[in-house]
Structures are given as C-alpha cells and as structure tokens.
Design a protein. Structure first.
Length: 361
C-alpha cells in the first residue's frame, strides 16, 4: 500500500485536466487509467466522428490544439492531442490500472485495483459522464431477434449494407450515425420528439464563437438544472437536408417490438435487422458504491463537482457539472481548477514543467 498526495481515477481529458490543476497547486497526483494509454474513450468512438467545435475551442489548459484553429478535428486528431498532452504533463500516469473500489477510513481514501492499493487524502473521479452506455427499457427490446447495438459499439457503415436499420435517438450522434448509415442501408431515425437543429455557423462564425462571446459557454448554471436541457443537433447544412430527403426518414418512436418486427404508432409492423441505440450514457462510477457517494440512480451526490458526502472527493467531466461545456475538451479545465481550488489541499503553488497556458489566438 502506497500513500500519495492525490489520486485521479481516469486518464482521459477530464483526468488529464484534473492532474494539471493538482500539479499547478503543488501536488504530485497519481493518475489511474484502465486502458492502454491516457486518451479516454476516444479511440472507441465511430470512425467518422469529428468534433462539433473547431480546434480553437477544443483545447485543454496550457496546450493549444494543433492545426488550423477553424478546422473541426477528427477523432484520431483528438487521440493524438491527448497523447501529446499526457506526455508533457509531468504526472505519474499508470495505465492498465482499473479501479475496482474506493474505501475511506480516518480521512484517507484507499483506491483498490487488481494489483495494488493506493491511499490519498484526495480522490478525483474523472471517468466522466459518458462511460456507461444507457440502454432504455423499450417494450420488447430484450426479446428482439435481430441485432441490438449501442452507439458506443458502432464503428462504420459498410457492415450494414442492405440492412433495415432503426436508429433510436435525437441527439448529435444519433443524427450523424443515421445519416451515415442511410448511404448504405434503409434507415429510420426513431424519436420521441422532433429533432431540433441549430446552424453550426450562424452569420459565418461557428456557434461556439457566439456561445463564448455572450458568456453562455461557461455560465455556471449546471447545478441549478434538475433535468439539463437536451442540446440541439449542430448542423453544418447536411443533416436537416438529409432527413427532409428521407435519407434517413424520421418517425415517432415505435410502440413495441415483437420478434424481429417493430410496431409503429400507426400499428404498422415492419421487419428490422438492426436497432441501434444512440441514447446516451450515464456516469460510470460504480467504484464509489461502497463509500455511499452515489444516489439511488448511481449518480454522484455533488455540488458543482465537490462531493456532498465526503470531504476530499471531487468530480471532473460530468455533463452539466457546472456549465454547458463541462463535459467537453474546452470545459473540463475550468471545472478541474474550480474543484481543486476548493479541495482540502496545500495552497503552495508550483509551476508545471509544460502544458503552460497557450498564447491567446
């Protein structure tokens, strides 16, 4: 068993931002990452994924995203950026360290992995709000005789050629995946409410420019929202046009599933090969079950990222943790600094060796 200043659970964008904030405040954190490298879930996202924010608004603190500030980075560019960020962070990052459980005794946390036990007075849970795929309880889904996938399982469209596919969801991923699949398959986007679109570049500037200009992007209102609003789909001009053209077509949610058929609201039955659930994620924080830090829905009990059950426990990377941008590359750094400043730690400050604040562009 080894003792440390602080332990960060998760080595993706939220964990790296938390580690930098802790280093800036003079601590030497240990970052525990379950995967093979500290890049979070990005390598597992579908092949065509691109950010909806340009590179100018897609950086962690201290290191600008490379390339044209106005381009929209691809998934693999984000992976490369996170590798570079981790490499210059000057932190103890340990990969292949999946945390099983966290316990607490006399003000110290013990973090248990398969091969080690580490203790610290501070733990930051930075596995984010998107690590546990949400699978809704749809009537008949468990007995569907076709294929059921979550968007986290989707990679590319070629393997669906010629299939009848229903994509469930109304968010960015649902619309983007359904539109891509519609080039090779017969696809319906099934939603409970109509899809809302927002132009990606109103008045010639990216929507994130306007969000930052008016202050909405970091407005600290997340803790005031019991049910955070569903964001509209960012549309560069392609997605609304595709749905209007019926590629994919959009329908109200089916009422039930029977065998290999879905039953639509008008009673029509239709055979389906694949149902793809683009229904979002929940936080994956089961390692905190034993300390009573989660509520009955297994969500963290917190106030703007600070645990309301345990002093010294913080969160970074939760959706709407403090603001609209909390779970994004551009937002986790602000939240990490907010949380670290309010944890019970030494106030001595040191300068990190790299990942220093980038020049304003």
């Amino acid at each position: 068993m080894s003792e440390h200043d602080a332990i960060v659970i998760g080595g993706g964008q939220a964990g790296l931002a938390a580690a930098r904030a802790l280093r800036t405040h003079g601590l030497q954190p240990v970052v525990l990452e379950a995967g093979a490298e500290p890049v979070g879930s990005w390598p597992r996202y579908y092949d065509s994924l691109t950010l909806f924010s340009p590179a100018r608004y897609s950086s962690l603190p201290g290191l600008a995203f490379p390339g044209d500030p106005e381009h929209y980075p691809h998934r693999d560019e984000v992976v490369g950026y996170l590798r570079r960020y981790a490499g210059c962070l000057d932190a103890d990052i340990r990969t292949h360290h999946r945390v099983d459980t966290v316990t607490r005794d006399e003000g110290m946390f013990t973090v248990h992995t398969a091969g080690a036990e580490l203790t610290a007075p501070i733990v930051i849970a930075a596995t984010g709000g998107f690590s546990r795929p949400y699978r809704p309880a749809l009537s008949g889904l468990d007995t569907f005789t076709g294929t059921v996938l979550h968007s986290s399982d989707y990679r590319e469209s070629a393997s669906f050629a010629g299939q009848r596919v229903v994509v469930v969801g109304a968010g960015n991923s649902a619309v983007q995946i359904a539109t891509e699949l519609a080039e090779r398959a017969q696809v319906t986007l099934a939603t409970r409410t109509p899809v809302r679109f927002a132009p990606q570049r109103p008045l010639g500037r990216d929507v994130h420019f306007w969000s930052a200009a008016i202050g909405f992007d970091h407005l600290p209102i997340g803790h005031l929202l019991r049910t955070p609003p569903t964001s509209p789909v960012n549309d560069p001009g392609r997605y609304r046009a595709a749905i209007r053209a019926g590629r994919p077509d959009q329908r109200r949610m089916f009422t039930t599933i029977e065998g290999h058929e879905v039953v639509w609201a008008d009673g029509k039955r239709e055979a389906v090969d694949t149902i793809l659930l683009a229904t979002g994620f929940h936080p994956g924080l089961s390692y905190l079950d034993s300390v009573g830090a989660l509520d009955s829905t297994r969500r963290p009990r917190h106030d703007r990222g600070l645990s309301t059950t345990h002093s010294g426990l913080g969160y970074v990377g939760l959706e709407w943790q403090r603001s609209f941008a909390s779970a994004t590359l551009r937002g986790v750094g602000r939240d990490a600094e907010y949380v670290v400043q309010r944890l019970p730690l030494s106030r001595s400050t040191t300068r990190a060796k790299c990942c220093q604040p980038a020049r304003a562009r």
